[in-house]
Design a protein around this ligand. Structure first.
Ligand SMILES: Cc1cc2nc3c(=O)[nH]c(=O)nc-3n(C[C@H](O)[C@H](O)[C@H](O)COP(=O)(O)O)c2cc1C
Length: 363
């Protein structure tokens, strides 16, 4: 059922016109053949957004919405696109008739006749001020997290380790126990904040990798050795088997972060007394591959694809969530993919899971 099938040409035009008139996006059309490309049509939504009446708008170039605020890099892009007769979407700072600033998400497109000649430009405007302000608030929140939370937690961590080491005087066994608990909590709070900040870097494209040539097996063995006390405490038998020792060009710190994350998940979801096995091997496609297998409850088929998405947390079998931001695996995915690698898992409910990542070996 298309409108061409049951409406005459003129009825189609009326319907199109009504659609534009009733749209909640601002719509303007300009005439590039006239001096200074003036507006020749505005819909009611654009008068609502800008606060100007149709009479005040028609016949003027749209730049009047910029007021004195003419130093905007997006304007250079826009000028170029209009000159080259192509479409572009930009966000501009514009001002309503009452002087209030608003962020205008503008898409400009050339309109051509059947012969392909330029006859008009159509501009579609959205007032996205609420969204931009929300993003600014989120960004403020991140700077609070990074400065005002990280600094005191760093101090708490270092003070606790001074007490633990006995540098502040003798420590009784019962006090040591509480200091250890506090140190562990401070550590997980620290990791949570790091995760949140990493996530922010990922979102804003500021995630940097420091690649170097390293031996994958050595890196994996070191991480597993450092993780041993955590596994011991959870009564998990942790083993590491290196069936290959490829070189990779990768960011070692970030690989450690990925592996720690996979190990910590494996231990968290494994029953006491079970085993977690780490293996380094070459994959069938000749990539360097690291696997972390557990004997935990496994993951249902329908949840597998969700697992690497942001803010996804799976419920443990006892229906309790087991802490964390739900960002860990999405960060792991970004880290591995940024180095040209792949990450994934295979799992069967009731039969444990194997998380793996693969990176191309360096020659
Ligand atoms: C169809 C169309 C719609 C436009 N809509 C807006 C707008 O809503 N706000 C704005 O600041 N500029 C808008 N512009 C851009 C200005 O008209 C102008 O092209 C821009 O300011 C750069 O040129 P200038 O340096 O001569 O001012 C639009 C342009 C076209 C062609």
């Amino acid at each position: 059922m298309f409108i061409e099938d049951h409406l005459s040409k003129s009825d189609q035009l009326v319907l199109m016109f009504q659609a534009v008139e009733f749209a909640r996006n601002g719509v303007v059309m300009t005439d590039p053949k006239l001096h200074d490309n003036p507006i020749i049509y505005t819909n009611p939504a654009f008068t609502d957004i800008s606060g100007y009446s149709a009479e005040e708008i028609l016949g003027h170039n749209c730049r009047f919405l910029q007021g004195e605020d003419r130093q905007q890099p997006a304007l250079d892009e826009l000028r170029k696109a209009i000159k080259e007769e192509r479409s572009l979407t930009v966000v501009l700072r514009n001002y309503k008739k009452n002087g209030a600033k608003f962020f205008n998400e503008l898409t400009v497109s050339p309109v051509r006749n059947e012969k392909g000649d330029l006859v008009s430009y159509v501009g579609i405007q959205n007032d996205i001020t609420a969204r931009i302000e929300a993003e600014e608030r989120i960004s403020d929140f991140y700077s609070v997290v990074s400065h005002e939370l990280r600094t005191p937690i760093a101090k708490i961590k270092s003070s606790l380790s001074v007490i633990e080491d006995g540098e502040a005087g003798p420590v009784s066994d019962s006090v040591r126990r509480f200091v250890e608990i506090s140190a562990k909590s401070a550590e997980s709070l620290w990791r949570l904040i790091e995760n949140i900040l990493d996530f922010k870097k990922l979102e804003s494209g500021k995630f940097r990798l420091l690649r170097q040539r390293l031996r994958l097996s050595e890196l994996v063995e070191n991480v597993v050795a450092e993780f041993q006390p955590v596994a011991d405490e959870a009564l998990i038998q942790l083993t590491c088997q290196c069936l290959a020792n490829p070189h990779v060009d990768a960011d070692g710190q970030r690989l450690v972060q990925v592996l720690e994350n996979l190990l910590s998940n494996a231990v968290k979801f494994s029953p006491r007394g079970s085993a977690v096995a780490v293996r380094v091997l070459m994959s069938e496609s000749n990539f360097a591959r690291v696997e972390v297998s557990d004997q935990g409850p496994g993951i249902a088929q329908q949840d597998l694809s969700k697992l690497f998405e942001k803010f996804q947390q799976l419920e443990s079998p006892d229906r309790r969530l087991r802490g964390g931001t739900g960002l860990g695996l999405s960060i792991c995915k970004a880290i591995i993919e940024a180095q040209g690698g792949r990450i994934g898992l295979s799992s069967r409910e009731g039969q444990g899971s194997t998380f793996w990542f693969e990176i191309e070996p360096s020659s």
